[in-house]
Ligand binder design. Structure first.
Ligand SMILES: Cc1ncc(COP(=O)(O)O)c(C=O)c1O
Length: 361
């Protein structure tokens, strides 16, 4: 077997020990006589898995006790659609600070049921920076202010998300959760689709201050009610149990590796290595994001001549470096450097980039 260094933006590379453990328990889980895929979510074996995953996530992210953790089927986009239903009263505006594609998506998901407002946007500049706090136009009666901590496509990351004022701040951390210490108490809620730093696709995590769950929100089906989900410990209906299990393995792996402080150090080193290679290439490669907003997780970059893109991707694949093609919105390349990407993978990428430049300069 030869596993490549996988720079996919998500579903993304998972730690090999997690995959091996999942593989080992696929046929028979503990003494169940069945795979974890085949047992009831309400049985004692799975309840233990679910509770351990939550306890480990609480430890990993230092989640305060007055925050509920909800595991939800579906992606971050599903959470984006449910935020206004749960947290905004009919007619109440919701403010969105937009720093890239996913901030726009969040606004679009909300706009059909509430007055979703663009409080600030860096779109006019091509999403190459975050909107300065001084430019945010907040509504005095906003239900919440939504930000995207890290824009996965545009490679734009907040370095210290500003305070939002009176309204609770809700942040999409899909592509940067668990990559550095975070003071959750600054937020009303944070959420993330799991398929980048937390595990497999198909499950998302919402960490929400319990008082927000008391809001009545909009009329909605019971299954879309986060307060009811929290009361039912995320088991109103059958949860994505396999995904929850692998998420738990991934969280445990991060704890064993040293936790978020260690991943912050690794992420800083990996990002610095790649940005230095790009900036030191004399314009052969370029990243267009403002230096203070460059993402540590997703690094979009362009070759000086787009005609070389296909050759670059083919040669990278030959060298064991896969999924470097940029998102269609931007083109070019993108390297995603989530927690499971070892530093050796980034070193292999920058070595390859230097050799490619020498061969095709
Ligand atoms: C920051 C961010 N938010 C939201 C999403 C949407 O996630 P999903 O496809 O799980 O709905 C993504 C997906 O890549 C993302 O990167």
């Amino acid at each position: 077997m030869s596993r490549a260094y996988n720079f996919s933006p998500g579903p993304a590379m998972l730690p090999e020990p997690v995959l091996r453990q999942a593989q080992a328990t696929m046929l028979e889980f503990g003494d169940c006589g069945a795979s974890i895929l085949e047992i009831s979510h309400r049985g004692p074996e799975f309840i233990k898995v679910a509770q351990q995953a939550e306890a480990d996530l609480r430890t990993l992210l230092s989640i305060p006790d007055d925050y509920a953790v909800i595991f939800t089927a579906g992606g971050a986009t599903t959470v984006q659609a449910l935020l206004p239903l749960n947290f905004a009263a009919p007619g109440q505006p919701c403010d969105y600070v937009v720093s890239g594609h996913w901030g726009k998506t969040a606004l679009k998901q909300a706009a059909h049921c509430v007055d979703a407002r663009t409080a600030a946007s860096s779109e006019a500049g091509g999403f190459r920076d975050v909107p300065a706090r001084a430019d945010w136009q907040l509504s005095p009666d906003a239900a919440y202010v939504h930000v995207t901590a890290n824009e996965t496509i545009h490679g734009v990351e907040w370095r210290g998300i500003p305070e939002a004022g009176n309204a609770p701040l809700i942040a999409d951390f899909s592509s940067s959760i668990a990559s550095e210490p975070l003071d959750i108490a600054k937020f009303g809620a944070i959420y993330a689709g799991a398929q980048k730093n937390l595990g497999p696709v198909g499950i998302s995590v919402l960490i929400v201050r319990r008082d927000l769950l008391e809001r009545s929100g909009q009329p909605r089906a019971p299954i879309f009610d986060y307060a009811a989900q929290a009361r039912a410990e995320s088991m109103l209906n059958t949860p994505p149990s396999w995904n929850w299990y692998v998420l738990g393995l991934t969280v445990k792996w991060m704890l064993d590796e040293g936790g978020v402080a260690e991943f912050a150090r690794r992420s800083a080193r990996k990002a610095a290595l790649l940005y230095a290679a790009i900036d030191g290439s004399g314009g052969y490669y370029r990243n267009e994001v403002a230096p203070g907003a460059r993402s540590r997780m997703n690094v979009p970059f362009f070759l000086h001549d787009p005609a070389l893109d296909k050759l670059f991707l083919d040669a990278a694949k030959q060298a064991g470096l896969v999924a470097l093609k940029g998102h269609r919105v931007l083109g070019g390349m993108r390297a995603s450097l989530y927690n499971a990407m070892p530093e050796a993978g980034v070193q292999a990428l920058v070595d390859f980039m230097r050799e490619f430049q020498q061969a095709h300069g």
